[in-house]
Write a protein that binds this ligand. Sequence first.
Ligand code: ZN
Length: 243
Amino acid sequence: MKIIIISDIHSNLEAFEAVLKEVNQIKDVVIYSLGDIVGYGANPIDCIDLVQKNVTISLAGNHDYAAIGMTSIDNFNPYAKASTVWTANVLSDKDKKYLQELPISEKVAKITLVHASPTNPLIWEYITNIYDAKKNFLGFNNHLCFIGHSHRPAIFIKTTDEQYLVGKPDRRLDIKEEYKYFINVGSVGQPRDGIPLASYAVYDPEKNTVEIKRVPYDITVAQEKILEAGLPSYLAERLSYGK
Ligand code: ZN
C-alpha cells in the first residue's frame, strides 16, 4: 500500500483534480490531507466535496478554522483576510460543520500528521528551517511527521547521534528506521517554492521511501475563476510564479 499525503489545497479545484487523477492510478492507495482545504482559491465547496470522497484522514488547517471563526485572522495579510471573508460567505452550513469537526492532528502507526507543527498545532507555527525543526522534534514521539502550512516542500532529519540534517525534497528519500523526519509535502493549490506545479508526497511503507511529486494543472482556469469570484487579483497572479 502507498500513502499519499496532500496539504494546502486552498480551494484550487484544477490543481486538486490533477493530483487526484495521478494518485488514483496507483493501485492500493490511501490519501491523507493535512488541511487548508479552503482559502485563497475560488472552489472551496468542490474541494471539500472531493476531500470527503477521496481522503481517509482529513485534518484542519488555519484557513479551514479561519473560515468558520475558529481561529483569529488578525495575523493574516490583506489577501488572506479578503479570501477568508469570501469563503465564509459561500460555504453552506454543512460545509462549515465538516470543517468544524476536522481533527488538528492524527497518529497512524509510525507517522504523525499535522498541518503546522506537532508541539502545539493550534499556534500555527512554521517549520521552515533546521532550527524550527530541532525544537519540534520533541513534539512527536514516532518516526515520521508529515506537515504542510509553509507551501514549500522540505525535509528535516534528526540522526541517532543527534545530528540535524536538511534533506533534498526534489529526490527520493530513503527512510532510516532509527532516524526522525519532518517532511513538508508542499501545497496542492498554492505552491510557494517558485515552482508553479501542484505538490504532494508518496510514502511507501514497504520500501521505506518518501517522494515529493509535482503535477502540472490548468493554472489559467484557476486564475480566471479567482478573478471572476472577485477575489484579489494577486491570488490569481501568484499561481503563475509559484509564490
Ligand atoms: Zn496554507
